[in-house]
Design a protein around this ligand. Structure first.
Ligand code: STL
Length: 352
């Protein structure tokens, strides 16, 4: 039976689709281990769905390193939304490609970004860790404040501060910062610390959304000036909000782990999904960045009148049929809801 063959990267983890009461025809993505995964396959895993790698040449060398190390940092957040999960998917790809992965729960960064007091943030961080683990991410989880207050780190922060211009530090925060005017000093301490995290966690590859790119570029230039290696960086796309505009907490135009299966279904059903158009289409993006990395095959169920059931092996087939008009938005939405709910089921338990 299918559930016995289900091997999400963790041992003894429950398959998300089975947990969601999914059918037997789902095929999970994970092999039993990454032993024997070819160099080519490992590179393909690292590169898939990446918007940018700085630089491809460096990544190519990293792959030949015995055990390359990668990380992403997250400000602990009361809502884990699909935007977070795009980078989590990439980290799962990296684990499968043989990287040692660290997740930084950046409590001090959240504090600097005015997200609350440290005690509250730490509680949220622990909930986030459990959600990421349940989602099948095998990583080492580190709380920022565990090492960011050590003497060596603080001294390096001052050294980096001396060699970084105000304009550069401020600019790097353009897409991350909470405040736009009346900028606080914390806003320029933030990117310096983020750069140092890369050195102190001893990682080769820094992963984040494209909103992190200017901070990563600052790290690439700044770290060598104070005696550390320049990190390679990989950026994932930023998901379009469900209404077709930029995701924003004020609009609540996203799906997060606090939502029930029915809420997810409803949200997708109402989502912007213009027939025949791939551009800025959040439903297709969810299929591409969150569903297909988990399932080799995705089935769309339709009555005979509307063309009958169809199975897609890979996102390009879906995009092709959607663009030609062969696949209707409503059928796409129904199928994406079902698979997405399967993917979210185990992590959602943490919010009950
Ligand atoms: C955000 C939004 C987002 C990413 C981050 C924060 C990342 C924070 C971070 C902090 C320290 C690090 C790495 C990343 O070392 O998309 O508000």
């Amino acid at each position: 039976m299918w559930v016995e063959n289900c091997c999400l990267s963790g041992i003894g983890k429950v398959c998300p689709v089975a947990a969601a009461g999914g059918s037997e025809d789902f095929i999970p993505r994970f092999p039993d281990s990454n032993a024997g995964v070819s160099r080519e396959k490992r590179l393909e895993l690292v590169r898939r769905n990446a918007e940018e790698i700085v630089t491809e040449g460096e990544l190519d060398s990293l792959i030949d390193d015995g055990s390359p190390r990668a990380y992403t940092g997250y400000e602990p957040s009361g809502t884990i939304h699909l935007g977070h999960l795009v980078t989590v998917e990439k980290l799962k790809d990296l684990v499968e490609a043989g990287f040692d992965v660290t997740v930084l729960l950046a409590d001090l960064h959240a504090y600097l970004n005015e997200k609350g007091d440290l005690d509250e943030i730490e509680e949220v961080a622990d909930m986030n860790r459990r959600a990421f683990e349940a989602y099948g991410l095998e990583a080492e989880f580190v709380l920022g404040s565990e090492f960011q207050l050590n003497d060596g780190y603080v001294m390096d922060m001052h050294r980096l501060a001396v060699s970084t211009t105000m304009a550069r530090a401020q600019r790097s925060m353009d897409e991350v910062s909470r405040s736009r005017d009346d900028i606080h000093v914390s806003q320029v301490v933030y990117p310096l610390m983020q750069a140092l995290d890369i050195a102190y966690l001893d990682v080769d590859l820094a992963v984040g959304g494209t909103d992190q790119r200017k901070i990563h570029m600052l790290a690439r230039e700044g770290l060598p000036r104070i005696g550390y290696d320049a990190p390679t960086s990989l950026h994932t796309p930023i998901l379009t909000g469900l209404d077709g505009s930029k995701m924003s907490s004020s609009k609540q135009n996203w799906i997060d782990l606090s939502m029930s299966e029915e809420d997810v279904e409803g949200a997708l059903n109402n989502a912007y999904c213009p027939a025949g158009t791939e551009t800025d289409n959040p439903v297709l993006e969810i299929a591409k960045y969150l569903v297909f990395p988990e399932f080799e095959e995705v089935e769309v169920k339709r009555t005979e009148k509307y063309g009958g059931d169809v199975e897609y092996r890979g996102y390009p087939e879906v995009a092709r049929d959607f663009e030609s008009g062969e696949l209707h938005p409503l059928d796409l939405k129904k199928s994406v809801s079902k698979y997405l709910n399967g993917v979210l089921a185990p992590a959602r338990e943490n919010f009950r």
